[in-house]
Design a protein around this ligand. Structure first.
Ligand SMILES: [Zn+2]
Length: 275
């Protein structure tokens, strides 16, 4: 799953290329229920990321607003091209194509595409999400309130990936921010102090904000030890860059995403049992 910072960068790119332009043609692949022809003639007013959703907002000459909401899940990606350029993926993988004069935005392989009114986009797609981790200023109070409202003790590693509580954090930043604040992924939110919880959320926010500007190359992400040098993510069995202890990993939570941690830098506290 792309991290929230990837979607944010994508939105910035499409905004820069397409905003203010009139949609001259639009089409979806067979099987996509959304009606792209409704977009033709409208002007792209704004492109933004909300959590892991991308929202492309348009207004018709009559003032009617529509929202294209897409979620890339594991497979999707947006590309923008000058008209006539060779696409980097085969045309048969294109699910949604939006042309605005000499520029084309293509969504490849995304399973979740909806074209609707702003009210329905809010209800179907993004209304249930927690505050976005990338917002400036960070909505720390609202995020912490949602986490504290959870009925059961939740492992911190699961809390950070629960898009209802805080949206936009993917597995890489989950693992790296837990390392940087010294928390084991299975430590629960009930067993750390309010200040520690604030520091954890703030660490994820700071890391992700710092990486927005690095371009579209995921490998260039910097977690504080130089480009493409994660502390724990993807490093099972290798020595901790800080203390030398062997990095451990295990699948965690309903989504069974792999959590990575250093057993020394992130000691176990009262925790839910690994499952
Ligand atoms: Zn360590």
């Amino acid at each position: 799953v792309p991290e929230g910072d990837t979607i944010y960068r994508t939105a910035v790119t499409i905004q820069r290329w397409m905003a203010g332009r009139e949609i001259t043609a639009a089409r979806t692949a067979p099987g996509v229920k959304a009606d792209a022809t409704a977009l033709v003639g409208s002007t792209i007013t704004r492109v933004e990321a909300v959590g892991k959703h991308l929202l492309l907002k348009v207004t018709s000459p009559e003032g009617v607003e529509l929202v294209v909401r897409t979620h890339n899940k594991m497979t999707g990606s947006w590309h923008v091209y000058p008209a006539g350029a060779v696409w980097k993926r085969p045309e048969r993988q294109a699910r949604l194509v939006i042309e605005a004069g000499d520029r084309i935005a293509v969504l490849f392989n995304a399973p979740d595409i909806e074209i609707s009114t702003p009210v329905i986009a809010q209800r179907h797609g993004v209304g249930h999400l927690g505050p976005d981790i990338l917002t400036v200023p960070l909505e720390l109070h609202a995020i912490v309130a949602r986490i504290n409202a959870e009925q059961q003790p939740r492992a911190l590693g699961e809390v950070l990936l629960d898009q209802r509580l805080v949206c936009g954090i993917g597995n890489i930043y989950r693992c790296e921010s837990l390392f940087l604040t010294g928390h084991h992924p299975w430590t629960t939110q009930r067993s750390i102090t309010p200040l520690e919880l604030d520091a954890l959320i703030t660490a994820a926010h700071t890391l992700m904000r710092a990486n927005i500007g690095v371009g579209s190359d995921d490998a260039a992400r910097n977690f504080g030890d130089g480009p493409n040098r994660p502390w724990v993510y993807g490093r099972t069995g290798r020595p901790c860059r800080r203390c030398g202890t062997t990095i451990d990993s295990r699948r965690q939570g309903e989504q069974a995403r792999t959590a990575y941690w250093c057993p020394t830098c992130q000691p176990v506290r009262a925790q839910t049992s690994p499952s």
